[in-house]
Design a protein around this ligand. Structure first.
Ligand code: DSN
Length: 478
């Protein structure tokens, strides 16, 4: 694709939008400028390709297409069928999965589809069989009441939020924590690593219907073969949420025991993190769960987003190219260089390093809360997010951690040398920031002091670091 074609496409789109609501066109342009100028270390963000972005902005957005490929509740879905089938085919081929369902709108939707596919398979179907009816509408009121109680009384075991799990894995404020009788497994307090014996013991005691693997803030590989054995030993269905590391699975950095697809009964993911596609979700599963998964809409989803499925097909096609494996490996090389750069300067890292795309800094080592550190870094042009660390004394709002990740900067082309310079910039900010006090003299978890001149200097150095690696070099909006 030539520079002219991509620039023309985005410039023309903005011109059309500007004619209707210029403030939206301006905000879109400003967002590109902001993204170009910031050192983005948010572990869950990336930069989708121009082709992926353009595949979303079109008349597929106007189409309703409930149902599945070739079996829709609306007429005229032949073109939606084409893109949904393509996205699913690319997903199956890329991940070696038996079945792919590409309709979920986000990660939580993908997880809800997975949870309810398992509940339908393991609780609802046997109840229908016992009552000798085909579907729930045929149940008597009494049988329906009993089934609903049983569906609401199932157990799930997942990784706790403060150990690095995700809020959709049973966190009480999330629907997953309300629909399941839920327990969590944590990490070893001494090492920060998953203790598989403890997971096995928790599973033996609790006997969950679903064992969930996967994380959003755990900086290490997970052995999915062992987790599957644990699930099998207690008759649990094994589900993995690979939203964060799907790109590393796609790029064959995580293989064998560390690739969840051959081990899990069901795998969920987002498509926009390390996988570098459009915002959205996806479910992969073993053949025996395929029919239930395909009932995601209407089970928990509304009408699919055909424009996003089109973009998923484009991004998954990109991820099947050989250069994606190189990209995935560079993500991990960069994360390890960043971790090494921070460690060598004295930072405290959860688990002491990383095997994947993310690093979790325990900023209590700098005398700061996560919130103070996040803001001081932002003042200095470095975009991160605060995150709990295991057994965090500051809770999920203030936190004691900063989570950083390399998928986005790796897409821009930054390498290990730039990661060391990034570590230097971050360490300088964090050592020069001091925690503030409340009016009554007690320590504040939010206030801090950082010399504005130093913050400006670091922000300029961050911009200089990015300068040789322009974002979207083929897109010129001027
Ligand atoms: N918001 C995503 C993350 O940052 O990890 C997950 O939901």
């Amino acid at each position: 694709m030539s520079r002219n074609a991509e620039s023309t496409a985005f410039r023309s789109a903005l011109e059309v939008i500007r004619a209707v609501e210029p403030r939206v066109a301006d905000a879109i342009g400003a967002e590109l400028t902001d993204q170009r100028e910031s050192l983005k270390l948010i572990a869950s963000e990336n930069y989708a390709s121009p082709a992926t972005l353009l595949a979303m902005g079109n008349w597929f957005s106007d189409k309703y297409a409930e149902g599945t490929v070739g079996r829709r509740f609306y007429a005229g879905c032949q073109n939606v069928d084409t893109v949904e089938a393509l996205a699913a085919e690319h997903a199956r081929e890329l991940f070696g999965a038996a079945h792919a369902y590409v309709q979920p709108h986000s990660g939580i939707d993908a997880n809800l589809v997975a949870f309810w596919a398992v509940l339908a398979d393991r609780v609802e179907s046997p109840a229908l069989k016992k009552a000798q009816v085909r579907q729930v509408n045929d149940l008597t009121e009494a049988d329906w009441f009993a089934l609903r109680r049983e569906l609401g009384n199932q157990r799930m075991l997942g990784m706790s939020l403060d150990a690095g799990g995700h809020l959709t894995h049973g966190f009480r404020p999330n629907i997953s924590g309300k629909m399941f009788d839920q327990r969590s497994y944590g990490t070893d307090p001494a090492t920060g690593l998953i203790d598989y014996d403890q997971v096995a013991e928790a599973a033996r005691e609790f006997k969950p219907l679903i064992l969930v693997g996967g994380y959003s803030a755990y900086p290490r590989k997970v052995n999915f073969r062992i987790l599957r054995e644990i699930a099998d030993s207690v008759g649990a269905t094994f589900m993995v949420d690979m939203a964060h590391f799907a790109g590393l699975v796609a790029g064959k950095v995580f293989t064998g025991d560390f690739d969840p697809v051959p081990h899990a009964h069901i795998v969920t993911t987002t498509t926009h993190k390390s996988l570098r596609g459009p915002r959205g979700g996806m479910v992969l599963c073993q053949p025996e769960l395929a029919d239930q998964v395909d009932r995601g809409c209407p089970m928990v989803l509304g009408g699919p987003l055909p424009h996003v499925m089109a973009a998923k097909a484009v991004a998954l096609a990109e991820a099947r190219r050989p250069d994606f494996a190189d990209y995935a490996q560079r993500i991990v090389d960069n994360a390890q260089a960043l971790a090494e750069g921070l460690l060598s300067r004295g930072a405290k890292l959860v688990t002491g390093g990383t095997d994947n795309h993310l690093v979790l800094i325990d900023v209590s080592g700098y005398g700061l809360t996560g919130r103070q550190a996040e803001q001081a870094l932002l003042d200095s042009g470095i975009v991160t997010n605060r995150n709990s660390v295991p057994q965090d004394p500051n809770g999920a709002w203030y936190t004691s951690g900063i989570r950083i990740g390399t998928p986005a900067l790796t897409t821009r082309g930054l390498g290990t040398a730039e990661m060391d310079q990034t570590a230097e910039l971050m360490h300088t900010v964090l050592t020069q920031t001091t925690a503030g006090a409340n009016a009554d003299g007690t320590p504040s978890k939010a206030k801090y002091t950082l010399d504005p001149a130093l913050a400006d200097k670091i922000a300029r150095q961050a911009t200089d670091l990015l300068a040789p690696f322009p974002l979207y070099p083929t897109v010129d909006l001027t």
